[in-house]
Design a protein. Structure first.
Length: 420
């Protein structure tokens, strides 16, 4: 599904002209298409129907309350990594029984609140974490349901910064230590092991690493249960990649499901999936305005009013995002090779490098595609640039789902001591 298409020369989000949204909310802004998010969720649900998985949306990809509510209403659970995400999920009406808690650094407050709410399980990542959880559960006089995140030492063949399944990454328990850790759980007074999980990385295009890693988890699951553990589920994490541009490859959902099924079906266990990017990535764009076209000595720059603080992915991961003008260029229009950069005072502030665009001029609007995941969620206020507006489109309607922060909001957060 592609919700962003040209109609009569203008780029639309579903049935709304993006330029019309810009006229109302100003630029830059994020725009998400509801139908596309639901389309992706339903596609995954259908593809895995025979395994009836819990699809726990990895809400770090896009944690706007409207998006969480939308996916929650469609039946999603949540994969959370902080107290903030836990409270957001609950506020969105997601049943705590559909929440899994990931992350290497869960603190006491987070554990207590999650136990109080009765989440589905904690995905444990270390022995000290296991001990802390047992102590807290004992104090609260409850049994904490746990899964152990297994580090299968598999290379996900993605960008190193988002690769998480090798022994030199901070994540999970090395699979060779799993037996000992499960024994420790069994001997803990207030923990009950109910599953094993993994997450080997993000934006994974080659499906072979999933095959390899899930196969390691599947044999572990079998042997653990043969040894008297009573595990119920395997959680295969997220990580399924998307295409961020017309030259990108993207993995096939059917192939992915086939691989998962081949390992999970014979075990007759429950399946949990934690997709983030795959559900929301292609359903969002960042719309920005051209401030200047600057001819440099060795390259040309399109200077826009969005920057790395709004969309960090190009600066942090050298990520490519296709860029489309809001007004459709002529079919035979020339293309120019440019860097698309923001106003921030450092050279890592780019949204595209060496990308071919149709000529643009001051005040033109352009859309940075596939920005629905890890865009707004990773935004900051560097250079005292307020967080930008987010808009949700549904059919021919649109509504602001995050107001633009004001400069006054930013200033008000600070305190100037009286002694200054
Ligand atoms: N489960 C766990 C435990 C995770 O850590 C993540 C993502 C996911 C699920 C969801 O992964 P996804 O399906 O979205 O690939 N900021 C980076 C991505 C970091 C992903 C971190 N963990 C980016 O913009 O590419």
């Amino acid at each position: 599904m592609n919700s962003f298409e040209y109609k009569n020369g203008s780029l639309f989000a579903e049935q709304v002209k993006l330029a019309d949204i810009a006229a109302v909310v100003g630029t830059p802004f994020y725009c998400y298409c509801q139908s596309e998010i639901i389309f992706h969720f339903n596609a995954m649900k259908q593809e895995f129907a025979d395994l009836s998985p819990l699809i726990a949306y990895a809400m770090k990809a896009n944690s706007n309350q409207a998006i969480i509510s939308l996916l929650g209403n469609a039946g999603a659970g949540a994969d959370i990594v902080s107290l903030g995400e836990l409270e957001r999920a609950v506020a969105a009406g997601i049943d705590p029984k559909k929440i899994v808690f990931s992350g290497v650094g869960k603190n006491e407050k987070e554990m207590m609140r999650a136990l109080e709410l009765g989440i589905h399980c904690f995905n444990l990542e270390s022995v000290p974490e296991l001990e802390r959880l047992n102590d807290i559960a004992a104090k609260m006089n409850v049994i904490a349901p746990v899964s152990v995140r297994i580090n299968p030492d598999v290379d996900a063949k993605t960008h190193t910064k988002i690769s998480t399944g090798k022994f030199d990454n901070k994540f999970g328990i090395p699979y060779i230590e799993a037996n000992a850790v499960f024994k420790k759980i069994k001997n803990s007074s207030h923990l009950k092991a109910i599953g094993i999980d993994m997450h080997i990385g993000s934006q994974i295009i080659d499906l072979a690493p999933f095959d390899e890693a899930i196969s390691i988890l599947a044999s572990l699951f079998k042997s653990l249960n043969e040894n008297g553990h009573e595990l119920e589920h395997i959680d295969i994490g997220g990580g399924l990649g998307i295409s961020h541009g017309k030259n990108d490859k993207s993995p096939d959902l059917k192939e992915y499901a086939k691989i998962v099924r081949s390992h999970i079906k014979p075990l007759n266990c429950k399946l949990i999936i934690e997709p983030g990017r795959w559900l929301v990535g292609n359903a969002g764009v960042l719309v920005t305005k051209v401030e200047y076209f600057k001819q440099g000595a060795s390259k040309d720059f399109v200077i826009v009013n969005a920057a790395m603080n709004d969309l960090l992915r190009p600066a942090l991961y050298e990520a490519h995002h296709d860029i489309l003008p809001l007004s459709k260029p002529q079919d035979n229009a020339e293309q120019m090779k440019v860097d698309v950069v923001g106003p921030i005072c450092e050279s890592s502030d780019y949204l595209a490098q060496g990308q071919y665009l149709n000529p643009v001029k001051q005040d033109d609007l352009i859309a940075i595609m596939s920005a629905g995941a890890y865009g707004a969620a990773m935004a900051g206020t560097y250079n005292s640039r307020p967080l930008i507006t987010e808009v949700l489109v549904f059919g021919d309607k649109f509504e602001t789902i995050r107001e633009r922060q004001t400069i006054a909001d930013l200033i008000a957060l600070d305190n100037v001591p009286a002694w200054i």
